[in-house]
Write a protein that binds this ligand. Structure first.
Ligand code: ADP
Ligand code: MG
Length: 313
């Protein structure tokens, strides 16, 4: 997945560990677009030519990703592949693409052009050059499956970190409150430098931010979350959005969607989604919290201002 995955268990169970990492590898092999072959790549290779039947698992994930892409004002877009491949942000050879090439590729990113056939689990990309990219949600999906695998081994206390997607399972054996303590990284600082600590139980904690994969050119920062309406990195007041939810897939989808919404619209949206909470970190060093009672946040950085909400109580 181009990242480090760590799993912490509090019982000795090598078979469970092997099963988890085998499952992760198997899922990555199906979902990746960073290799020539995978189930998703077989769909991409057939763009404009013919539908491709995939496994139920891959079909279901694509169906969910398409639905998230079609939500009102959503800047999450599973068809963003051609633009991601053009910029190569976070990969060797990144560069600022010519504007006309961005415009051309934008015409290949409409989620409406992804045709799904429920009866035979086939996916058809209606235009040649289209590409599905599940990079924003694969880690969340994989983290959720990991929890199911561990349950098969009767393990109900664990923590898995898929490159920043943290899933806490059950309660923590490490603290007297039985809550897990999850660090929120300080943007653009060393990995052990924290803005604060989240206290959660049995929740996923997922962050989308501008400081993980980026490059700087002419003092301008270009990061890896693309605005599907412009084809350029999504530019607003935010540095990151963290979603606290039961499902890590949901967290992954909504961290991108709410990142695109910005603080005001994002906080409003959370009024409708009481099943998740969020932390918004802005470029001018403010932290907006809407916990919806899913977590507590302990601020560590005194140069950041903690704001409970923009919305009057
Ligand atoms: P990370 O990989 O750091 O966890 P995200 O979960 O935010 O970050 O996903 C970023 C990845 O999602 C990009 O590398 C790219 O593959 C893909 N992507 C970029 N822009 C979008 C978008 N607007 N909608 C959906 N996926 C995107
Ligand atoms: Mg994500």
């Amino acid at each position: 997945m181009g990242t480090i995955v760590s799993l912490q268990l509090y019982v000795e169970n090598p078979a469970a560990v092997t099963a988890v990492f085998n499952t992760i590898e198997a899922l990555e092999t199906r979902l990746t677009v960073n290799r020539e072959h995978s189930e998703v790549m077989s769909i991409n290779h057939a763009a404009g030519k013919h539908p491709v039947t995939v496994s139920k698992l891959v079909f279901d994930l694509i169906q969910q990703a398409k639905a998230a892409s079609l939500l009102p004002y959503s800047r999450f877009n599973l068809a963003i592949g051609p633009i991601v491949k053009l910029w190569k942000i976070g990969f060797n050879g990144h560069s600022i693409p010519p504007a006309d090439e961005i415009t051309h590729r934008l015409s290949l990113t409409s989620p409406h052009l992804i045709e799904l056939d429920q009866t035979n689990h086939s996916v058809y990309l209606a235009k040649a050059g289209m590409e599905i990219d599940l990079g924003a949600i694969a880690k969340g999906y994989i983290a959720d499956i990991t929890k199911l695998v561990l349950a098969q081994y009767n393990i109900h206390q664990a923590i898995i970190n898929c490159g920043g997607n943290v899933l806490t399972i059950g309660s923590s054996p490490l603290t007297s409150s039985q809550e897990w303590h999850i660090g929120l990284k300080r943007p653009f600082a060393a990995a052990n430098s924290l803005l604060g600590i989240l206290h959660v139980q049995n929740k996923s904690v997922v962050t989308s931010g501008i400081y993980e994969r980026y490059f700087i050119f002419n003092k301008q920062l270009y990061h890896h979350i693309i605005d599907p309406f412009t084809g350029y990195p999504l530019d607003n007041e935010l540095q990151s959005v963290t979603i606290i939810s039961d499902s890590s897939l949901t967290g992954d989808i909504y961290s991108t969607i709410l990142f695109g919404f910005g603080v005001r619209h994002g906080l409003n949206e959370l009024e409708k989604h009481k099943n998740m909470g969020a932390i918004f970190v802005t470029k001018d060093q403010k932290i907006f919290i809407k916990s919806n009672q899913h977590f507590q946040f302990e601020l560590l950085a005194d140069d950041y201002e903690l704001c409970q909400s923009l919305i009057p109580a």
